[in-house]
Design a protein around this ligand. Sequence first.
Ligand code: NAP
Length: 528
Amino acid sequence: MRGLRFGYIATTLLSQVDASVGGKNGVNFQGYKNIVGVFNQPEFVICDLSLLTTLPDREISCGFAEIVKHGAIADAEMFAYLEENAARAFSLDLSVIEKLVYESVRIKAVVVNRDELEKGERRKLNFGHTFGHAIEKTAGISHGEAVSVGMVIASAVSEANGPLKSVDTERLQRLLQDLSLPTRIEVNVDLVWDALQKDKKREGDTIHFVLLEQIGSAVVRRLTIEDVRDGMKYLKSPTDENPSQAHVSTGAKRSLQSKAPALFGVFGDPISHSLSPVMHNRAFVFSGYNGVYFPFRVNAIAKAISAMKTLNMRGASVTLPHKVRVMAHLDRMDAMAEKIGAVNTILNQDGILTGYNSDARGAVSALTERLSLKNQRVAIVGAGGAARAVGYGIVENKGNVMVVNRTAKSGEQLAADLCGDFSLLSEIQKIDCDVLINTTPVGMFPDVDATPVPGTFFNEHMTVMDIIYTPLQTRLLKEATAAGCDTINGLPMFVYQGAFQFELWTGMQAPVEVMREAVSEVLAFHET
Ligand code: NAP
């Protein structure tokens, strides 16, 4: 593989701040750390911060171990910034995490550029790693956790062999604890010692050891293996006979602190009937995403939007009667939402609120499960907000739209916007179409005996969709089925528009079947 061009896409915090920079990448092999790998620079490195939200808390903590290390050895300012912002960093606040990833990459790149072949300066990046690697190998904990413990031990060794003051060791230890990292661990000391002796950086009876001088500054010193062995005492448990080292053991237990969940909700009035909370909460739990979704009865949408920023809500759905008037209060608009002229989804990125419309995507996904829309003649019954969203989705997928509405004015306007024909609902028998979609509320609970289109209109060549989902089988769908049509109820559109929201908010793939099941269960409960 020599000479092969390659790049890295760093998907963990640890890889973004450490592994992807420096051109030295390896895998462990037969008990030896990083013994097989490359010593070449990649053509590119991509660090996409949105990927970090998909990581378990423990994995995020591990990445922070290397960020703390960079601050400790080279940048007192960055270390202090992390001390001040540890909670925001741990909850992946975008502005904080962006700065930390950027600064970490910068620090590592500067160090590596000065010493690509690891003759001097670069050794500083091994701060905490001499013990860290030995602990990782023997205690079976992750790299970041082992490095965290290793850094605390290395600080204690630095106090014993250099100018480091105990107050700096305590700062380091406190910061690691704030980031949910362990600072002390009970291990089999003999095994760790054995692993330390195998350290590839050992030269005879000495070892290059990174000592902290103070927070933000490190030196590499040759220590005797006995000096290093002295550090082993910090591996003993706090109940051991060495209480004088209590300052090292105060962080013995991994903090149980966990990230606060990301907050979501739906704004509307009325809202108690909304199925979005059950759908999204089930999806969060299933996907392991740390989020929670509430229904909010809102009559003043401007205040709800301002609260969204204050509470740092990650996302919101918007339903009747706010879909149009919410637009005036948002910072940005997605192109499709702009065209449709209504917003039902908001994404909050670092205080910037962007409006989307997921109905068009939901309708198109529901339809294209069954047929290709290209060149299909699609009659849309109704000319309200949902008709507009569905219409744009169909036009975008190269279908030909006809608007059929009881009122000429609104119907003609929508038909003109979609470059389609218009027909009055009272004259529907005159039209010919391949697909018919009802977007009016006619037939919705409790008026389940109503239908906007007479049963005589249907023939077996048609596909008929009703976007109403209470009830799932509207009179319109029952009569279309009786006429031999392929029918689609309102559930898939609702689930797919929710899936789009989920993916937009979390960056994760939506568990569509789980969402469908959650909504079906509630609907079945209501229908019995
Ligand atoms: P809307 O903006 O109020 O529009 C309703 C449309 O239906 C208007 O064009 C209106 O005609 C027409 N209409 C109302 N009553 C009628 C009647 N008795 N006879 C004939 N036409 C009538 O409402 P919307 O936001 O578009 O929502 C419509 C429906 O779609 C609701 O039932 C909603 O629950 C459902 N929906 C479902 C989903 C889903 O995911 N499945 C998503 C969004 C909406 P005029 O122009 O003459 O007033």
